[in-house]
Design a protein around this ligand. Structure first.
Ligand code: E4P
Length: 217
């Protein structure tokens, strides 16, 4: 499973890169607003930090304008992945942009039928939003499960990018369900390494080691 980090915060991305766990980055207009940075400038900076895809979202609503915005965003760097909303216009733009060799991430997906359409439009990634479905008492993981079956039935190459992930449990369930990618907030990614028994075991080992009076170097 690939991990993308869901942030436009440069410091957070830089802090995670040495772990080798970051395969890409996703942003959205809300994350850009939170960063307080110029959109094009921050996307260019993130793209320079890693080779993997960096999602940058269009804000136009009509297909022709989405295509123009998408082409402009794709000009920022080779690893820009143009994010498009799952609307009929977004699908038209997806088809046109992927036809021109531009990577696409179709976002705000809340149903298996929407995901089917995105795959038919040639999307590189489909982003089902797990947490936002859970928020309204619909099991977000069921959606990932359904999309996995449909994509496998028809051998669609579109990658399932589990989005709106809020917890370590979401990550585990998405991996068990066969999502290709999980985009996770930095805090959730860091939290995956934690276990109280690891901390307890480490403390016991170090206490005993101190009693030996030895040093490794
Ligand atoms: C990523 O591509 C999505 O925009 C993001 O995961 C949404 O997460 P949220 O529902 O926590 O805002």
């Amino acid at each position: 499973m690939k991990f993308f980090v869901d942030t436009a915060d440069i410091a957070e991305i830089k802090a995670l890169l040495p772990s080798g766990l970051v395969d890409g980055v996703t942003t959205n207009p809300s994350l850009i607003m939170k960063s307080g940075r110029d959109f094009r400038e921050v996307v260019a900076e993130i793209c320079g930090l890693l080779d993997g895809p960096v999602s940058a979202e269009v804000t136009a609503l009509e297909a022709d304008k989405m295509i123009s915005e998408g082409e402009s965003l794709a000009g920022i760097a080779d690893n820009v992945c143009v994010k498009l909303p799952l609307t009929m216009d977004g699908l038209i733009a997806c088809k046109a942009l992927t036809g021109n060799g531009i990577k696409t991430n179709v976002t705000l997906c809340f149903s298996a039928n929407q995901a089917l359409l995105a795959a038919k439009a040639g999307a590189t990634f489909i982003s089902p939003f797990i947490g936002r479905l859970d928020d309204i008492n619909i099991d977000g993981m069921d959606l990932i499960r359904e999309i996995r079956v449909i994509y496998d039935n028809y051998d669609f190459r579109t990658e399932i990018l589990a989005a709106s992930i809020r917890s370590a449990n979401h990550v585990k369930e998405a991996a068990l369900t066969g999502a290709d990618v999980a985009t996770v907030p930095p805090s959730v990614l860091k939290g995956l390494a934690n276990h109280p028994l690891t901390d307890k075991g480490l403390k016991a080992f170090l206490d005993d080691w101190a009693k030996t009076g030895q040093k490794i170097i």
